[in-house]
Design a protein around this ligand. Structure first.
Ligand SMILES: Nc1ncnc2c1ncn2[C@@H]1O[C@H](COP(=O)(O)OP(=O)(O)OP(=O)(O)O)[C@@H](O)[C@H]1O
Length: 584
């Protein structure tokens, strides 16, 4: 069993992840989160909210998961959100053509279907399932289609990303934030992609959760007011240049901006924040890198893009977050399709005096010449450039008709006017998180199997391999287990009271009185419970309990009085376990 299988086996057995529709044989690309999985996922999402919504101040919105066609025409998803599909002529299996050749070429996902066909033929790539001949690759749109309303209805799509909700609400958001850049909005919710062949379990799903922030910034000022927070943070950077050399470089974010490796401070700040968040929830620092998109891989409108990638046992480096400077592409695209200006008015700190070239059509002469059309001709003249106006005979189009105006009918002038501000289309910085991939990576990085011997085994368990999920304490789906030594009323009563006190404090508590204490410790190690509290007959004598630490397996004896505060401090305030009571 490789680590992926071990983690998934544990995840299924202990109620983290289950195959969806298992009762009916299941289908690829869908997973259910069981009771502990759901809780763990919510913990991760909650810390994400704390980071982006509470600390950064990018308020959360909730837009529909079904979108109308216009939205996805504007975003480019109707026209171009596709992957190259290649089917086996023999068994009919479908494959991502770029995945079939990604070990043979650099950046397979940047190749056209024609180029992919060429690589497939040149390398005699066959069907991985049956060795059959592969058909020609073609583009397959990944959006799930639906109809809105009965009958033929209106074309709708399940959203393939949460981002569009924030773009569509741009004008409302701008007003909400009093048109002051930078501002941002976030969404956490389901996205849907009809992935061609999701064979990588929870890494590639057809329904998954994204957490995205769209941060609208001044296109002329991409400095970050709080960049100092991360300027000295060392990150693993896999820049375009480093990829050519095949080495990951350790660099401070300050240095990366200075050298021009990362385009600007605002983007580097987002990389710093992502680095901070992922490590806070338990991603190992040495298995986390930021990979820059290569020029031919990056969307044409983007200035710079970096993916946070996590190293996993089976899939090697997996993209979990995309961080991009998307410029004004999305707002311009929605402005064009909706025919609505999507910009904000920015007042200058001081008004500017600007000299303008102005056109003054002589209405006294235009009137008799063009009669009812005179005003339209005057307006058309005002819209011309200086060069066009300097022609001997000036031609304008009015109501689809070409009209020639003699130059002496038009007067020019230079005027100095006071301008107090301008309309600006903000640029967008987007960190886009895939929560499911982060969820799996958190489990894999927390997973450890070790041989244990000693005290706990002497109490009735044979020496065996201990499986432990070393979750960060604030992420663990169960933070404290309450274990009365025996299932007897005199122990159950105080145990239930302690359980109630801990719950009152907002801690995630489980109560377990079945099986030997050694077995219960093992069960809690397997689900990553940081602390277990055992209530025994000494408790009835001296009002103390045993607290066991998951990682060291050490035990201390602590008074019941104040136990909820004590555990809370150990979980959330870095209080040392050794200080919790008398070592046993
Ligand atoms: N099918 C999927 N299943 C699970 N998570 C996904 C899936 N597609 C995307 N994500 C997550 O959403 C994040 C942002 O989406 P984005 O559109 O940048 O992904 P992507 O570049 O299309 O991913 P990939 O290249 O792996 O298909 C990704 O970093 C990833 O974590």
């Amino acid at each position: 069993m490789d680590k992926y299988e071990q983690v998934i086996e544990l995840a299924k057995r202990r109620g983290f992840l289950w195959n969806s529709f298992e009762l009916y044989g299941g289908t690829a690309g869908f997973y259910d989160y069981g009771p502990l999985g759901s809780t763990l996922k919510r913990r991760i999402e909650q810390i994400w909210r704390e980071t982006y919504v509470v600390q950064e101040g990018f308020m959360e919105i909730e837009a529909p998961t079904i979108g109308i066609e216009d939205v996805f025409v504007a975003s480019g998803h109707v026209g171009g959100f596709s992957d190259p599909l290649c089917e086996c002529k023999n068994c009919g299996e479908a494959f991502r053509a770029d995945h079939l050749v990604d070990k043979m070429v650099n950046c397979a996902d940047a190749l056209s279907v024609k180029e992919l066909d060429k690589v497939i033929i040149e390398n005699n790539v066959r069907c991985p399932e049956c060795e059959g001949e592969l058909g020609e690759a073609y583009e397959f749109n990944l959006m799930f289609k639906t109809t809105i309303g009965p009958g033929t209805g209106r074309q709708g799509y399940m959203r393939p990303e949460t981002a569009q909700g924030m773009f569509v609400d741009f004008l409302r958001l701008a007003r909400f934030y009093r048109e002051k850049l930078p501002f941002g909005a976030t969404q956490i919710g389901k996205s849907y992609r009809n992935e061609i062949s999701p064979r990588q379990g929870v890494i590639r799903l057809r329904e998954f959760t994204q957490a995205e922030a769209e941060i609208f910034i001044d296109p002329n000022d991409k400095k970050h007011a709080n960049f100092g927070r991360f300027a000295d943070t060392v990150v693993n950077l896999y820049s375009e240049e480093a990829q050519h050399k095949g080495v990951i470089e350790k660099m401070t974010l300050g240095e990366a901006v200075e050298k021009g490796t990362i385009a600007h401070e605002f983007l580097a700040y987002q990389i710093g924040l992502t680095n901070h968040f992922l490590q806070r929830i338990g991603i190992a620092a040495d298995k986390l890198r930021f990979r820059q998109h290569q020029k031919d891989e990056m969307a044409h409108y983007a200035i710079d893009c970096w993916d946070a990638e996590i190293q996993t046992d089976r899939f090697d480096w997996v993209e979990v977050v995309g961080i991009a400077d998307r410029t004004d592409y999305d707002l311009k695209a929605h402005a064009a399709v909706s025919k609505t200006e999507l910009s904000i008015y920015r007042e200058y700190s001081e008004p500017k005096m600007v000299t303008q070239f102005v056109v003054k059509p002589n209405m006294g002469k235009l009137g008799p010449l063009f009669k009812g059309k005179a005003k339209a001709v005057a307006d058309a003249l005002k819209a011309l450039s200086q060069a066009e106006l300097e022609q001997e005979n000036i031609t304008v189009t009015v109501d689809g008709e070409e009209v020639t105006v003699q130059r002496d009918i038009v007067e020019f002038a230079e005027e100095t006017v006071k301008i107090s501000g301008e309309n600006v289309i903000p640029h967008v910085i987007e960190p886009s998180y895939g929560i499911d991939r982060i969820f799996y990576s958190t489990m894999e990085h927390a997973f450890e199997e070790e041989m244990v011997s000693g005290k706990e085994e002497a109490e009735g368990e044979e020496a065996e391999a201990r499986i432990v999920l070393r979750f960060k304490k604030e992420v663990a789906p169960v933070q404290v287990a309450i274990l009365p030594l025996l299932s007897r009323e005199e122990l159950i009563n105080p145990a239930r009271q302690i359980e109630a006190q801990l719950k009152q404090k907002g801690l995630l508590v489980s109560y377990d009185d079945s099986g030997t204490i050694g077995r219960r410790y093992r069960r809690n190690d397997e689900i990553g419970t940081p602390y277990s509290i055992t209530i025994d007959y000494d408790t009835l004598e001296d009002n103390t309990v045993t607290i066991r630490d998951r990682d060291s397996m050490k035990q201390v004896r602590a008074p019941i009085d104040g136990i909820a505060d004590l555990v809370y401090e150990m979980i959330y305030m870095a209080r040392d376990f050794e200080s919790a009571g008398k070592a046993l």
